[in-house]
Write a protein that binds this ligand. Structure first.
Ligand code: GDP
Length: 375
């Protein structure tokens, strides 16, 4: 029926159509935003998470009823460069003498070797770097400093794929990420910081508190989650089976169409067989729901070569895909990045550069060498 001749009725129809369109747009925008950072429904057995679209100063509550502020994580793009100076430049200081030399005699090469070993680079990579530096300075134009920079960079493998393989945000294809490491290295903190990294990139995230042996770990993780509007799945009792928590978290995330489930695991290392059993079981139950995309080993960079022994044990227990080195802002000597990559054959993907919520940065090889050398 042509109604354009009837002015009153035509206006009413136009208004009605426009209203439906506007309402539809608002609902669509809300749905897109809410999917970007949390599951659409509260998950069974989970702690309530506040909506991400809550204003910065809006109050929310965690499962203990404490008031929480949902904050917006810092963009990840220039996180590393902003914190680069925290690496301290100790290697550059130790090499000041070597860089200033006109003649490179045996004592100069010994000086370089000692500085690299003291920086935790490890014997094998130190040897490789010295061979490369010799070739470069003998080759002509490069100063000792330029040659050292280039040789360290080459040993770090600047072209390695350091991205987190968690698919595309909102694609509905769940990516389970296991986070492993011994107690005290900063594992739970890293899971919390990683959730912020993912939320900053638009991923929806669920946390699985499978470190059920350390009493405070689940509370600690939940606090991280609530701050950024992410749900935590945890056991009702301390000491529950870690694999069952990991399974519940993965299943809940799958059911809700979440992008990534980050699973914090127990890090007690009283014996290797027990650890392997436990991690193997977690990996098996998670894989029943969705294939594990990343298994990240968290290592405390200040433990130097001791950390490498731990790393080997974990690498046997679960096939690792990446390393997170924490506490690089402390007394860490930095060279451990090169040593651990060599030992495990997987790249360092993130580094912890402080205790702040957003002090976890994607590893940047060039920036790292500059930070070590103090440039
Ligand atoms: P977990 O036992 O491995 O889960 O260790 P936690 O996550 O509880 O962390 C142990 C301590 O390390 C905490 O005090 C953290 O704040 C601290 N920590 C974690 N990462 C970093 C970092 O990158 N830099 C510094 N300075 N401290 C960190």
């Amino acid at each position: 029926m042509d109604i354009s001749w009837i002015p009153g009725q035509a206006d009413a129809v136009v208004v009605a159509v426009a209203s439906v369109a506007v309402l539809g747009g608002v609902v669509a925008a809300w749905w897109t935003r809410s999917r970007a950072s949390r599951p659409s429904e509260p998950l069974a057995g989970s702690s309530p998470a506040p909506p991400p679209e809550a204003p910065l100063d809006a109050g929310a509550a965690d499962s203990r009823g404490s008031a929480v502020v949902v904050d917006v994580p810092e963009d990840i793009d220039d996180r590393f460069s902003r914190r680069r100076s925290r690496l301290g430049g100790a290697l550059g200081e130790r090499l000041a003498g070597f860089f200033g030399r006109r003649e490179l005699g045996q004592d100069a090469w010994d000086e370089l070797e000692e500085a690299l070993l003291l920086a935790d680079v490890g014997a094998a990579v130190t040897e490789q770097i010295i061979v490369e530096v010799r070739a470069r300075v003998q080759g002509g134009d490069e100063s000792p400093k330029e040659a050292v920079r280039a040789a360290i960079l080459a040993a770090i493998d600047p072209d390695a794929d350091r991205s987190l393989h968690v698919g595309v945000a909102g694609a509905g294809d769940l990516a389970p990420v296991l986070v492993v490491g011994v107690n005290g290295v900063g594992k739970t903190t890293t899971v919390g910081k990683l959730s912020r990294v993912l939320v900053a990139q638009g991923y929806s995230v669920v946390l699985g508190a499978a470190d059920t042996f350390r009493a405070a770990a689940a509370d600690q993780l939940e606090t991280w989650g609530v701050r950024v509007g992410v749900t935590t799945i945890r056991a009702d009792v301390d000491g529950a089976d870690p694999a069952s928590v990991a399974f519940d978290a993965t299943q809940a995330a799958q059911r809700e169409g979440v992008d990534v489930v980050l699973i914090d695991t127990a890090g007690r290392l009283q014996n290797k067989a027990g650890l392997m059993d436990q991690l193997g079981k977690i990996a098996r139950v998670v894989t029943k729901v969705a294939p594990i995309r990343e298994a990240l080993l968290v290592l405390d960079a200040t433990t130097g070569q001791n950390g490498l022994a731990q790393a080997r044990v974990f690498a046997e227990a679960v096939p690792l895909t990446g390393i997170v080195l924490t506490k690089m802002d402390g007394t860490a000597k930095g060279g451990i990045v090169l040593a651990v990559q060599r030992v495990l054959g997987v790249p360092v993907k993130f580094v912890g550069l402080g205790e702040g919520a957003d002090d976890l940065a994607p590893f940047d090889a060039e920036g790292f060498v500059d930070g070590l050398l103090g440039d």
